[in-house]
Design a protein around this ligand. Structure first.
Ligand code: ZN
Ligand code: ZN
Length: 290
Protein backbone atom coordinates (compact mmCIF):
# COMPACT_ATOMS: atom_id res chain seq x y z
CA UNK A 1 0.00 0.00 0.00
CA UNK A 2 1.12 3.52 -0.49
CA UNK A 3 0.19 7.16 -0.27
CA UNK A 4 -1.89 8.64 -3.08
CA UNK A 5 -1.77 12.31 -4.03
CA UNK A 6 -4.11 14.38 -6.17
CA UNK A 7 -3.45 17.96 -7.28
CA UNK A 8 -6.49 20.26 -7.05
CA UNK A 9 -4.55 23.51 -7.42
CA UNK A 10 -1.05 24.11 -8.81
CA UNK A 11 -0.89 27.84 -9.61
CA UNK A 12 0.98 30.34 -7.47
CA UNK A 13 -0.19 33.69 -6.14
CA UNK A 14 -3.58 34.19 -7.85
CA UNK A 15 -6.08 32.06 -9.80
CA UNK A 16 -5.50 32.20 -13.55
CA UNK A 17 -8.47 30.77 -15.48
CA UNK A 18 -8.47 31.01 -19.25
CA UNK A 19 -7.51 29.28 -22.47
CA UNK A 20 -3.76 29.43 -21.78
CA UNK A 21 -3.87 27.53 -18.46
CA UNK A 22 -6.21 24.66 -19.32
CA UNK A 23 -3.64 21.88 -19.11
CA UNK A 24 -1.75 22.81 -15.91
CA UNK A 25 -4.63 24.60 -14.23
CA UNK A 26 -5.48 28.00 -12.82
CA UNK A 27 -6.41 27.20 -9.22
CA UNK A 28 -4.07 28.03 -6.34
CA UNK A 29 -2.43 25.32 -4.18
CA UNK A 30 -4.43 22.45 -2.74
CA UNK A 31 -3.40 18.79 -2.63
CA UNK A 32 -5.39 15.79 -1.48
CA UNK A 33 -3.36 13.03 0.10
CA UNK A 34 -4.74 9.61 1.05
CA UNK A 35 -3.06 7.14 3.33
CA UNK A 36 -3.26 3.38 2.79
CA UNK A 37 -6.25 3.30 5.17
CA UNK A 38 -7.88 6.15 3.18
CA UNK A 39 -7.35 8.85 5.81
CA UNK A 40 -7.68 12.30 4.23
CA UNK A 41 -4.90 14.86 4.47
CA UNK A 42 -5.20 18.18 2.68
CA UNK A 43 -2.11 20.26 1.96
CA UNK A 44 -2.95 23.96 1.65
CA UNK A 45 -6.35 25.54 1.16
CA UNK A 46 -5.99 27.51 -2.07
CA UNK A 47 -8.84 27.90 -4.55
CA UNK A 48 -8.38 24.30 -5.74
CA UNK A 49 -10.00 23.32 -2.43
CA UNK A 50 -13.43 24.19 -3.78
CA UNK A 51 -13.29 21.34 -6.31
CA UNK A 52 -11.98 18.96 -3.68
CA UNK A 53 -14.89 19.89 -1.41
CA UNK A 54 -17.42 19.16 -4.14
CA UNK A 55 -15.81 15.78 -4.82
CA UNK A 56 -15.80 14.90 -1.12
CA UNK A 57 -19.47 15.82 -0.73
CA UNK A 58 -20.42 13.86 -3.84
CA UNK A 59 -18.59 10.79 -2.53
CA UNK A 60 -19.75 11.01 1.08
CA UNK A 61 -23.08 9.17 0.61
CA UNK A 62 -24.37 10.79 3.78
CA UNK A 63 -21.35 9.74 5.82
CA UNK A 64 -19.37 12.33 7.77
CA UNK A 65 -16.27 13.74 6.08
CA UNK A 66 -13.19 13.95 8.25
CA UNK A 67 -9.70 15.16 7.48
CA UNK A 68 -6.66 17.07 8.51
CA UNK A 69 -5.72 20.29 6.76
CA UNK A 70 -2.06 21.33 6.80
CA UNK A 71 -1.35 24.92 5.88
CA UNK A 72 2.16 25.80 4.74
CA UNK A 73 1.46 29.43 5.65
CA UNK A 74 -1.38 31.94 5.57
CA UNK A 75 -0.81 33.88 2.35
CA UNK A 76 -3.99 34.41 0.29
CA UNK A 77 -3.22 31.79 -2.34
CA UNK A 78 -2.95 29.10 0.38
CA UNK A 79 -6.14 29.85 2.35
CA UNK A 80 -8.60 31.38 -0.08
CA UNK A 81 -10.43 28.14 -0.90
CA UNK A 82 -11.41 27.41 2.70
CA UNK A 83 -14.58 29.56 2.78
CA UNK A 84 -15.68 27.74 -0.42
CA UNK A 85 -14.94 24.24 0.92
CA UNK A 86 -18.48 22.88 1.13
CA UNK A 87 -17.82 20.17 3.77
CA UNK A 88 -17.24 22.81 6.48
CA UNK A 89 -20.88 23.85 6.21
CA UNK A 90 -22.20 20.36 7.02
CA UNK A 91 -22.89 19.35 10.60
CA UNK A 92 -21.16 16.10 11.54
CA UNK A 93 -18.06 16.72 9.45
CA UNK A 94 -14.80 17.27 11.30
CA UNK A 95 -11.55 18.91 10.26
CA UNK A 96 -8.39 19.83 12.09
CA UNK A 97 -6.45 22.76 10.66
CA UNK A 98 -2.76 22.56 11.44
CA UNK A 99 -0.28 25.39 11.30
CA UNK A 100 3.21 26.20 12.41
CA UNK A 101 3.97 26.81 16.06
CA UNK A 102 5.47 30.20 15.30
CA UNK A 103 2.32 31.49 13.64
CA UNK A 104 -0.14 29.32 15.55
CA UNK A 105 -1.91 32.18 17.25
CA UNK A 106 -2.44 33.60 13.79
CA UNK A 107 -3.83 30.48 12.07
CA UNK A 108 -7.22 30.48 13.79
CA UNK A 109 -7.35 34.26 13.60
CA UNK A 110 -6.47 34.25 9.90
CA UNK A 111 -9.14 31.66 9.11
CA UNK A 112 -11.76 33.57 11.11
CA UNK A 113 -10.81 36.98 9.76
CA UNK A 114 -10.91 35.96 6.11
CA UNK A 115 -14.59 35.31 6.84
CA UNK A 116 -15.15 38.56 8.69
CA UNK A 117 -18.02 40.83 7.63
CA UNK A 118 -15.68 43.40 6.14
CA UNK A 119 -14.41 41.05 3.43
CA UNK A 120 -16.84 38.11 3.20
CA UNK A 121 -20.64 37.70 3.37
CA UNK A 122 -20.68 34.59 5.59
CA UNK A 123 -18.94 34.66 8.96
CA UNK A 124 -17.03 31.79 10.51
CA UNK A 125 -19.96 31.33 12.95
CA UNK A 126 -21.92 29.82 10.02
CA UNK A 127 -19.41 26.97 9.82
CA UNK A 128 -21.33 24.00 11.18
CA UNK A 129 -18.70 21.27 10.89
CA UNK A 130 -16.44 20.76 13.86
CA UNK A 131 -13.18 22.62 13.24
CA UNK A 132 -10.19 22.18 15.53
CA UNK A 133 -7.04 24.19 15.25
CA UNK A 134 -3.73 22.55 16.00
CA UNK A 135 -0.22 23.75 16.47
CA UNK A 136 2.29 21.44 14.84
CA UNK A 137 4.96 20.32 17.26
CA UNK A 138 8.50 21.16 16.25
CA UNK A 139 9.72 18.32 14.06
CA UNK A 140 6.26 17.18 13.03
CA UNK A 141 3.75 14.57 14.16
CA UNK A 142 2.54 11.06 13.57
CA UNK A 143 -1.10 10.68 12.66
CA UNK A 144 -3.40 7.86 11.61
CA UNK A 145 -1.33 5.92 9.08
CA UNK A 146 1.37 8.48 8.44
CA UNK A 147 4.48 10.10 9.86
CA UNK A 148 5.15 13.74 9.11
CA UNK A 149 8.18 15.94 9.58
CA UNK A 150 8.32 19.67 8.92
CA UNK A 151 10.98 22.11 7.80
CA UNK A 152 11.12 25.91 8.16
CA UNK A 153 11.40 27.41 4.68
CA UNK A 154 12.70 30.71 3.38
CA UNK A 155 9.60 32.77 2.64
CA UNK A 156 8.47 36.19 3.85
CA UNK A 157 6.58 35.61 7.11
CA UNK A 158 7.72 31.99 7.19
CA UNK A 159 6.32 28.80 5.65
CA UNK A 160 6.53 25.09 6.36
CA UNK A 161 7.68 22.22 4.17
CA UNK A 162 6.16 18.79 4.83
CA UNK A 163 7.64 15.33 4.43
CA UNK A 164 5.07 12.55 4.73
CA UNK A 165 5.71 8.82 4.89
CA UNK A 166 3.28 5.99 5.40
CA UNK A 167 3.77 4.77 8.97
CA UNK A 168 5.07 1.25 9.29
CA UNK A 169 5.11 0.89 5.53
CA UNK A 170 7.99 0.32 3.19
CA UNK A 171 6.73 3.02 0.83
CA UNK A 172 8.59 6.14 -0.15
CA UNK A 173 8.30 9.69 1.09
CA UNK A 174 6.33 12.58 -0.33
CA UNK A 175 7.77 16.07 0.18
CA UNK A 176 5.70 19.22 -0.32
CA UNK A 177 7.56 22.54 -0.52
CA UNK A 178 5.21 25.07 -2.05
CA UNK A 179 6.70 28.49 -1.32
CA UNK A 180 10.44 28.62 -0.76
CA UNK A 181 13.35 30.79 -1.88
CA UNK A 182 16.39 28.67 -2.69
CA UNK A 183 18.23 31.69 -4.08
CA UNK A 184 20.22 33.97 -1.79
CA UNK A 185 18.12 37.08 -2.35
CA UNK A 186 16.03 37.25 0.79
CA UNK A 187 16.72 38.64 4.20
CA UNK A 188 15.97 35.49 6.16
CA UNK A 189 17.05 34.49 9.63
CA UNK A 190 18.03 30.99 8.51
CA UNK A 191 21.58 30.03 9.38
CA UNK A 192 24.43 29.05 7.10
CA UNK A 193 23.73 25.33 6.97
CA UNK A 194 20.04 25.83 6.07
CA UNK A 195 20.45 24.49 2.52
CA UNK A 196 22.44 21.46 3.70
CA UNK A 197 19.67 20.65 6.16
CA UNK A 198 17.07 21.14 3.43
CA UNK A 199 18.96 18.70 1.17
CA UNK A 200 18.81 16.16 4.01
CA UNK A 201 15.10 16.90 4.49
CA UNK A 202 14.32 15.99 0.87
CA UNK A 203 16.96 13.22 0.68
CA UNK A 204 15.79 10.13 -1.19
CA UNK A 205 12.15 11.24 -1.45
CA UNK A 206 10.11 9.41 -4.03
CA UNK A 207 8.34 12.65 -4.94
CA UNK A 208 9.43 16.23 -4.26
CA UNK A 209 6.89 18.95 -5.07
CA UNK A 210 8.79 22.23 -5.15
CA UNK A 211 8.26 25.91 -5.88
CA UNK A 212 9.37 26.60 -9.47
CA UNK A 213 7.97 30.09 -9.90
CA UNK A 214 10.72 31.91 -11.76
CA UNK A 215 13.12 31.70 -14.65
CA UNK A 216 16.66 32.77 -13.73
CA UNK A 217 16.08 36.07 -15.49
CA UNK A 218 12.80 36.77 -13.67
CA UNK A 219 14.37 35.94 -10.32
CA UNK A 220 16.77 38.85 -10.74
CA UNK A 221 13.80 41.19 -10.45
CA UNK A 222 12.11 39.32 -7.58
CA UNK A 223 14.85 38.57 -5.08
CA UNK A 224 13.45 38.34 -1.57
CA UNK A 225 9.89 37.63 -2.74
CA UNK A 226 10.14 34.09 -1.36
CA UNK A 227 10.18 31.94 -4.50
CA UNK A 228 12.62 29.80 -6.46
CA UNK A 229 13.73 29.35 -10.03
CA UNK A 230 13.06 25.99 -11.60
CA UNK A 231 16.82 25.57 -12.11
CA UNK A 232 17.33 25.85 -8.35
CA UNK A 233 14.53 23.33 -7.76
CA UNK A 234 16.29 20.88 -10.10
CA UNK A 235 19.59 21.37 -8.30
CA UNK A 236 17.93 20.63 -4.95
CA UNK A 237 16.35 17.47 -6.40
CA UNK A 238 19.72 16.35 -7.78
CA UNK A 239 21.57 17.10 -4.53
CA UNK A 240 18.94 15.22 -2.52
CA UNK A 241 18.78 12.27 -4.95
CA UNK A 242 15.00 12.41 -5.13
CA UNK A 243 13.27 10.14 -7.64
CA UNK A 244 10.80 12.61 -9.10
CA UNK A 245 10.61 16.40 -9.03
CA UNK A 246 7.20 18.00 -9.55
CA UNK A 247 7.44 21.65 -10.59
CA UNK A 248 4.83 23.61 -8.62
CA UNK A 249 3.40 27.08 -7.86
CA UNK A 250 3.44 28.05 -11.54
CA UNK A 251 3.81 31.77 -12.13
CA UNK A 252 0.43 33.35 -13.02
CA UNK A 253 1.79 34.60 -16.35
CA UNK A 254 3.05 31.13 -17.34
CA UNK A 255 0.99 29.55 -20.17
CA UNK A 256 0.67 25.80 -20.65
CA UNK A 257 3.33 26.01 -23.36
CA UNK A 258 5.65 27.92 -21.04
CA UNK A 259 5.22 25.32 -18.29
CA UNK A 260 6.02 22.55 -20.76
CA UNK A 261 9.13 24.41 -21.89
CA UNK A 262 10.28 24.82 -18.26
CA UNK A 263 9.87 21.09 -17.61
CA UNK A 264 11.78 20.23 -20.80
CA UNK A 265 14.63 22.56 -19.79
CA UNK A 266 14.73 20.90 -16.37
CA UNK A 267 15.03 17.46 -17.98
CA UNK A 268 17.91 18.75 -20.09
CA UNK A 269 19.66 20.02 -16.95
CA UNK A 270 19.23 16.63 -15.27
CA UNK A 271 20.61 14.87 -18.35
CA UNK A 272 23.58 17.26 -18.50
CA UNK A 273 24.39 16.32 -14.89
CA UNK A 274 24.01 12.63 -15.65
CA UNK A 275 21.29 12.59 -12.98
CA UNK A 276 18.35 10.23 -12.62
CA UNK A 277 15.66 12.62 -11.37
CA UNK A 278 12.51 12.53 -13.46
CA UNK A 279 10.89 15.96 -13.83
CA UNK A 280 7.22 16.73 -14.46
CA UNK A 281 5.08 19.82 -13.95
CA UNK A 282 2.14 19.72 -11.55
CA UNK A 283 -1.15 19.72 -13.43
CA UNK A 284 -4.59 20.24 -11.94
CA UNK A 285 -6.37 16.88 -11.70
CA UNK A 286 -3.13 14.88 -11.80
CA UNK A 287 -2.85 11.88 -9.45
CA UNK A 288 0.37 10.27 -8.30
CA UNK A 289 1.15 7.23 -6.20
CA UNK A 290 4.05 7.66 -3.81
ZN1 ZN B 1 2.05 30.86 -2.67
ZN1 ZN C 1 3.49 32.67 0.10
Amino acid sequence: MSLRVRFWGTRGSIPTPGPHTVRYGGNTPCLELRTASDQLLILDAGTGMRGLGRALMAGANGNPVRGEIFLTHAHWDHIQGLPFFAPIFERGNHFTIWGARSVDAAIERVVREQMSRLVFPVTFDAVSARIDFGELPEGGRSGDGYDMTTFALRHPGGALGYRITESGGSGGSFVYISDNELGDGGNYSTNADWRNRLVEFVRGARILVHDATYTAEEYGRHRGWGHSTYDDAVQLALDGSVEQLVLFHHKPERSDEDVERCAAECRAVVAAHGGRVSVIAAAEGMSLTV
